[in-house]
Design a protein around this ligand. Structure first.
Ligand code: NAD
Length: 457
């Protein structure tokens, strides 16, 4: 069986193909991972860091090549693909620079006669399953803290981006990373299911809540830990004192970047009634000034969706809102002059809570905007979701920001134009957005067995 790579910018024309991994190959990879794990674990941390630093340098030499393939294969505008690879490298750089500090044994108790220390030890063989929306960062976020702590990883990337991952596999195999420490398995959900059934010690998953619920049961049956970064429907709350002209770009960026295919994207905008008309009309002007086009063009702001399935889901969500009386402020259709999975960025008002664009995660360029009167109402609307990944609050009043941010049932909250996505910060959600955290010292510790040893003095 072959995985076919398509170009979403050009009517899904075929770009290439990659051989699917067979069951026998999966078993061989698991065996290899097991056999190299203790050597990798016993390799000195500084040596592991040095090997991975060399790999970092090779990735750095290949930024353009990786970014180009990302744009071709999944439709991310090229300027954003370059940023995505550079951002992934920035994370890797931070992990490498901070690992020693984050993984140093900690003294938890000391007396005249004894000393207690906590050690961070690797879990073993980790299966990581990743989506297609940020192909390079998805790999970095899920594999490299694992590799640094001494775990070995078998990654199954999404079948929508096989060529990117073949390139990443080639780069990794030509590095000094010992064979078997980072491996790849190519295939769709069935291959993923087969992989997690094997003899493994942990699952790291990034993807939809539906798949997360399935994998949680697999992990439970095996009694192994699972880290899950799942879907989101982040609220953006604009309070009455917000400086609208200052925050518009941030709202646009957090909703429409990567054609809205961002897990913690700002997916529901909740605006104080006094600012509602102004926000909607200024946002419309901003959105309409953006260029929709082929991902590979340098001046494209918004490219196509990754595949026809995602576009069809988006159309169903949009049509549901239309049937329930939504008002279309802009967009609402495919562009006439482009042949691919495009949808013009869309702003909707007259939102009701029974609409799919409100209740579900919308993984595309549609923004529902709703108004509120009191802060309590805004918080209730913001928390009216099964998800709890990110949250955005726009205000010039620091006290109000603190109050609202503490009330949001999410893993992360940002103020105005700030970003919470930096390698120092733990990334992850609550409710159906997942469990566990990537990045920072929290991310390292998540991937380790925490062992306490008591020493006589
Ligand atoms: P998906 O769950 O369908 O697929 C993700 C990965 O899981 C793919 O590699 C897929 O082949 C694999 N998979 C699917 N079913 C499986 C099964 N039963 N067993 C094993 N593997 C299986 O996700 P998607 O819809 O393609 O990706 C988009 C979703 O990912 C969105 O919901 C988005 O919010 C989420 N996401 C979350 C984060 C985060 O950090 N929280 C980041 C990126 C994307």
């Amino acid at each position: 069986m072959k995985l076919i790579s398509n170009n979403p910018s050009k009517n899904n024309g075929i770009l290439g193909e990659v051989e699917e991994t067979t069951k026998e190959e999966i078993l061989t990879k698991i065996k290899l991972a097991r056999s190299v794990q203790s050597n990798w674990k016993n390799t000195d941390l500084l040596k592991r860091i040095q090997i991975l630093r060399e790999l970092y340098n090779v990735f750095e030499e290949n930024v353009d090549k990786i970014a180009n393939l990302i744009s071709l294969e999944m439709g991310m505008p090229i300027s954003q693909s370059k940023e995505e690879v550079e951002s992934g490298l920035n994370y890797l750089d931070w992990y490498l620079n901070n690992a020693e500090k984050c993984l140093a044994p900690e003294v938890t108790f000391e007396s005249d006669t004894e000393i207690h220390k906590v050690f961070y030890e690797p879990k073993g063989v980790v299966v990581s399953i990743t989506p297609w929306n940020y192909p390079f960062s998805n790999l970095v976020w899920q594999s490299f803290q694992n590799l640094i702590v001494g775990n070995v990883v078998i990654n199954k990337p999404d079948p929508n981006t096989p060529l990117v991952y073949k390139l990443l596999e080639e780069i990794i195999s030509s590095s000094n990373l010992p064979k078997g420490v980072q491996q790849f398995v190519f295939g769709g959900s069935e291959i993923g299911q087969l992989l997690v059934e094997q003899d493994i010690d942990m699952i790291c998953f990034t993807g939809s809540t539906r798949t997360g619920e399935y994998l949680y049961k697999v992990a439970a049956n095996k009694m192994i830990p699972i880290l899950m970064e799942l879907g989101g429907s982040a609220p953006g709350i604009v309070l009455e004192d917000a400086d609208i002209d200052n925050i518009l770009e941030s709202i646009y960026f957090n909703r429409f970047m990567n054609a809205g295919q961002i897990c913690d994207g700002l997916k529901r905008l909740i605006v104080h009634e006094s600012k509602f008309e102004e926000v909607v009309s200024k946002l419309k002007d901003l959105v309409e000034s953006k260029i929709i086009g082929e991902a590979i063009n340098e001046n494209t702001d918004i490219g196509p969706l990754v595949n026809e399935k995602q576009l069809n889901t988006l159309l169903e969500q949009y049509n549901d809102a239309i049937s329930k009386g939504v008002k279309v402020i802009c967009g609402g259709k495919k562009p006439d002059n482009l042949n691919g999975n495009y949808f013009i960025p869309t702003i909707l008002t007259n939102i009701t809570k029974d609409m799919r664009v409100w209740k579900e995660e919308v993984f595309g360029p549609i923004l529902p905007v709703i108004s509120f009167k009191t802060i309590e109402e805004a918080i209730e609307l913001a928390n009216d979701t099964i998800y709890g990944l990110g949250g955005y609050v726009f205000t010039t009043d620091k006290a109000k920001f603190e109050k609202v941010s503490r009330e949001l049932k999410t893993g992360m909250v940002s103020c105005n134009n700030l970003m919470y996505i930096i390698p120092n910060d733990p990334f992850g959600g609550v409710k159906k957005s997942g469990m566990g955290r990537n990045h920072g010292k929290y991310g390292f510790h998540e991937l380790c067995n925490i062992k306490v040893i008591t020493f006589e003095k």
